[in-house]
Design a protein around this ligand. Sequence first.
Ligand SMILES: *[C@@H]1O[C@H](CO)[C@@H](O)[C@H](O)[C@H]1NC(C)=O
Ligand SMILES: *[C@@H]1O[C@H](CO)[C@@H](O)[C@H](O)[C@H]1NC(C)=O
Ligand SMILES: *[C@@H]1O[C@H](CO)[C@@H](O)[C@H](O)[C@H]1NC(C)=O
Ligand SMILES: *[C@@H]1O[C@H](CO)[C@@H](O)[C@H](O)[C@H]1NC(C)=O
Ligand SMILES: *[C@@H]1O[C@H](CO)[C@@H](O)[C@H](O)[C@H]1NC(C)=O
Ligand SMILES: *[C@@H]1O[C@H](CO)[C@@H](O)[C@H](O)[C@H]1NC(C)=O
Ligand SMILES: *[C@@H]1O[C@H](CO)[C@@H](O)[C@H](O)[C@H]1NC(C)=O
Ligand SMILES: *[C@@H]1O[C@H](CO)[C@@H](O)[C@H](O)[C@H]1NC(C)=O
Ligand SMILES: *[C@@H]1O[C@H](CO)[C@@H](O)[C@H](O)[C@H]1NC(C)=O
Ligand SMILES: *[C@@H]1O[C@H](CO)[C@@H](O)[C@H](O)[C@H]1NC(C)=O
Length: 466
Amino acid sequence: MKRSFTFLDVLLVLVSFTHAPCAVRGHLYCQSTNSGMLRPHSVSITEFGAVGDGITLNTKAFQNAIFYLNSFTDKGGAKLFVPTGRWLTGSFDLISHLTLWLDKDAVILGSTRSDDWPVVDPLPSYGRGRELPGRRYRSLIFGRNLTDVVITGGNGTIDGQGSIWWDWFHNNTLDYTRPHLIELMNSTGILISNLTFLNSPFWTIHPVYCSHVTVQNVTILAPLDSPNTDGIDPDSSSDVCIEDCYISTGDDLVAIKSGWDEYGISYAHPCTNIIIRRLVGQTRTSAGIAIGSEMSGGVSEVHAENLQFFNSNTAIRIKTSPGRGGYVRNIYISNVTLTDVHVAIKFTGQYGEHPDEFYDPNALPVIERITFKDVTGENIKFAGLLEGIERDNFRNICLSNITLNVTSKYPWNCSYVQGYSDLVLPAACYPLKKRIYPEHYQDCYHLHNHLQISSHQKRGSQLLSW
Ligand SMILES: *[C@@H]1O[C@H](CO)[C@@H](O)[C@H](O)[C@H]1NC(C)=O
Ligand SMILES: *[C@@H]1O[C@H](CO)[C@@H](O)[C@H](O)[C@H]1NC(C)=O
Ligand SMILES: *[C@@H]1O[C@H](CO)[C@@H](O)[C@H](O)[C@H]1NC(C)=O
Ligand SMILES: *[C@@H]1O[C@H](CO)[C@@H](O)[C@H](O)[C@H]1NC(C)=O
Ligand SMILES: *[C@@H]1O[C@H](CO)[C@@H](O)[C@H](O)[C@H]1NC(C)=O
Ligand SMILES: *[C@@H]1O[C@H](CO)[C@@H](O)[C@H](O)[C@H]1NC(C)=O
Ligand SMILES: *[C@@H]1O[C@H](CO)[C@@H](O)[C@H](O)[C@H]1NC(C)=O
Ligand SMILES: *[C@@H]1O[C@H](CO)[C@@H](O)[C@H](O)[C@H]1NC(C)=O
Ligand SMILES: *[C@@H]1O[C@H](CO)[C@@H](O)[C@H](O)[C@H]1NC(C)=O
Ligand SMILES: *[C@@H]1O[C@H](CO)[C@@H](O)[C@H](O)[C@H]1NC(C)=O
């Protein structure tokens, strides 16, 4: 029987879109953080004595330019223009209402002398540096307590020249945790767009304790075997939108985090309302999208769609451990296309890696309401290696419309997980075998009554003119 529109249907659509899932709100945030693009004042880094020869150290020029531009923050802000050239620099600080603009052939190069990177306190939600106890090197481009910052350009490049740091890491000569390429802390209204990021010493873009962050149309590259060169790591941040990015690095392409064991639990800053869409990339050793392993402040409302991963170890991964506490809930991943991927979906419940011996082994994470929908893949070894935690099942895991060409004889291996599935090939493991429809769609995050969904989506998109 053909259904006809009723007033109630329309009302339902309106209600469901206004209370909306972050996907809808996230869409709006993606648009609205772009407001600071027009700045009434502009200077070029050359006016502050910078030399773009790739040899002269320009840290002072960047610092002086930004100090000068500080007087414009209450006058609509200002733009710092970086022209064609190779601009070597140590770490420098941003200010509010600033646009850092890199011309097409402008390259900001990170200094290869560790002295040019100041050492700062660890993050309170980590209690120590991530890879070594104690303090950590500050990122090349750093900002704290800021509002309205734009880092953009005509596909200019920010190159961390990380290979020296990877050598220091491999031969254990570092005293502190390696620096990120960009870190913004406790900041809001951040736009990072239209740029290329190369060879970060450690994670590439790290917004931590931030809100309203957009990363759009960026390319992030590092060798596939470079250590811990994550692409974008939203950490204890809310309303983050990542779209139209190409990332190929040595670790997770996007990793969503919120602090580490007892430090993350007590700091209690969740990561929430995270939108990821149109992400393409590869990672030989890690995941396209990872949640954790640091998730002790909680991670929720993650919507990811239109993802393409190739030549990769894992497409989507949740990593946690007893001791982490916190939660990962309300995660919706859809329209994923995979080619030559070892594991499509992976849960790791015993990740280990604790900051110190003071973590509480009884602090068990809650992992629930995780939906995977519309996933296809060619040359996949394992469809799902889903390992929860004994006496702490990962629950309401929902798989809908997943078709994978799997080469292993054992495509699924599940323990301590509970959930539902429909239209999954090869057929899902026993703990997820119960059908979603008709009875269990409400147990699944963001799955609706599929009799209504197709017509709702059409009308919803007209109403919102997506
Ligand atoms: C965060 O930034 C705001 C505004 O700049 C400031 O008032 C607040 O004290 C900062 N909080 C922390 C923990 O740094
Ligand atoms: C940021 O805010 C915190 C808390 O108010 C303050 O301690 C810190 O000095 C501020 N940092 C900067 C760089 O403004
Ligand atoms: C992406 O960036 C490139 C150059 O960096 C630009 O030519 C292109 O228009 C951008 N696309 C979007 C959708 O912004
Ligand atoms: C930007 O530059 C990088 C390399 O420098 C290139 O791979 C990428 O395709 C360019 N992006 C656009 C949108 O032109
Ligand atoms: C570690 O690597 C750096 C950079 O390649 C090199 O200068 C240093 O001599 C190495 N140290 C040791 C102990 O191998
Ligand atoms: C990226 O660059 C394109 C082409 O110049 C421009 O139209 C677009 O507004 C830029 N986007 C952002 C978010 O900076
Ligand atoms: C799914 O994602 C691909 C890109 O990966 C895109 O071309 C396609 O339009 C998306 N499909 C839907 C239904 O959004
Ligand atoms: C299943 O997913 C594929 C893309 O992966 C999509 O083309 C197809 O329409 C989906 N089928 C259903 C019944 O949703
Ligand atoms: C993948 O599996 C589907 C369904 O079994 C099949 O139609 C398709 O030909 C396979 N593709 C390859 C490359 O094996
Ligand atoms: C399934 O995974 C567990 C670890 O979670 C492993 O011990 C076991 O050998 C695996 N079984 C198969 C058939 O691969």
